[in-house]
Design a protein around this ligand. Structure first.
Ligand code: AMP
Ligand code: TRP
Length: 329
């Protein structure tokens, strides 16, 4: 391809993508695609680690790809593809499965959360193994940088460890990837509970603002968002709910938390929330116009071409791995 450094990232086509996914992940990718050789994946194989309705999964897979495009990922600069279109991911995962330890996977916070804190009886093995598939995604492409949200750092660490372990055992094969985590606004918290991150699998829709929420829904959700005691707009750790709302305001408006604080001296939560909804909507409205203009046919064609582009890279790396472990090719 080129001599630019490679980045790889992905999002699962499950649930509704929200502004946390945009601010914590996708917006970051847009800026990186000029500087790096970028691959962005829709990770459908990861999505089925928890039960999915097949028809919804198909719909969501195309929707995520459309969201990538509407947000500004340019298929001329970056490759966009569907994980299951490149079976090499699953094959490499199998080989990495023979290097990873049960104890390493048991430590994964996301697994512990999803398995409701150790209640692994009813959990699919795929969910347990999820980080190994993610390591395969990353390592197949000689990825140097993995732009993700904070919560994925532990998974990238595992990919690093597995790459080192393989290299140590079989000789230099994998590039050791690094997580790239955006500093400001990196973790968007739930609107109904600022102690937990905004999540597409949250029980209440008042937890998140979906990228497809309309103007009125955004207003309603912001109005209902929890705030801390008091009435002043203050940016402080002791006021986690306000801090989160100010961070969202800052990210979409380009203003600093300090500037926002100054704007609302002498004003209350009401004024602040009205403006915050407007700031969010002035991003979402044009974004949704672009999203709705992309047809299923167009996005399918982009995904097909994306898979064609990345397949040779995955194939070559997997062959190298198979040779090293002693498979006959
Ligand atoms: P997920 O929704 O868990 O599939 O995450 C997709 C991407 O969005 C990952 O890079 C996450 O780290 C990022 N992300 C998810 N939720 C948030 C959040 N509340 N704040 C910031 N980034 C997030
Ligand atoms: N596990 C990631 C998430 O939930 C998604 C993902 C799968 C990913 N494979 C990846 C992210 C490879 C970066 C690189 O957010």
């Amino acid at each position: 391809m080129s001599d630019k450094k490679r980045i790889f990232s992905g999002i699962q086509p499950s649930g509704n993508l929200h502004i946390g996914n945009y601010l914590g992940a996708i917006s970051n990718w847009i800026k990186l695609q000029d500087e790096f050789d970028s691959i962005f994946c829709v990770v459908d194989s990861h999505a089925i680690t928890v039960p999915q309705d097949p028809e919804t999964l198909r719909k969501k897979t195309l929707e995520i790809a459309k969201i990538y495009l509407a947000a500004g990922i340019d298929p001329k600069k970056s490759s966009i593809f569907i994980q299951s279109h490149v079976p090499e991911h699953a094959e490499l995962m199998w080989i990495l499965n023979t290097l990873v330890k049960m104890s390493e996977l048991e430590k994964m916070t996301q697994f512990k959360d999803k398995a409701q804190n150790g209640n692994s009886e009813s959990v699919a093995v795929g969910l347990f193994d999820y980080p190994v598939l993610m390591a395969a995604d990353i390592l197949l492409y000689g990825t140097e940088i993995v732009p993700v949200g904070e919560d994925q750092k532990q998974h990238v660490e595992l990919a690093r460890d597995l790459a080192k372990r393989f290299n140590h055992k079989f000789g230099e094969t994998f590039i050791i990837p690094k997580a790239f985590i955006k500093e400001e606004g990196m973790r968007v918290m739930g609107l109904d509970d600022p102690t937990k991150k905004m999540s597409k699998s949250a029980a209440s829709e008042y937890n998140y603002i979906s990228l497809t929420d309309d103007v009125e829904t955004v207003k309603r959700k912001i109005k209902k968002a929890v705030t801390d005691s008091g009435s002043e707009i203050i940016y402080a750790d002791e006021k986690p709910a306000l801090k989160n709302l100010i961070n969202i305001y800052a990210s979409f408006s380009g203003k600093s938390p300090k500037e926002i604080r100054t704007l609302y001296v002498g004003k209350g939560y009401g004024d602040f929330k009205t403006d915050l909804a407007q700031v969010i909507n002035s991003f979402l409205t044009p974004f949704q116009e672009k999203l709705n203009a992309i047809s299923d046919e167009d996005v399918r064609e982009i995904l097909r071409a994306g898979a064609e582009k990345v397949k040779p890279i995955a194939k070559a790396k997997l062959e190298e791995v198979k040779k090293k472990v002693g498979f006959i090719l």
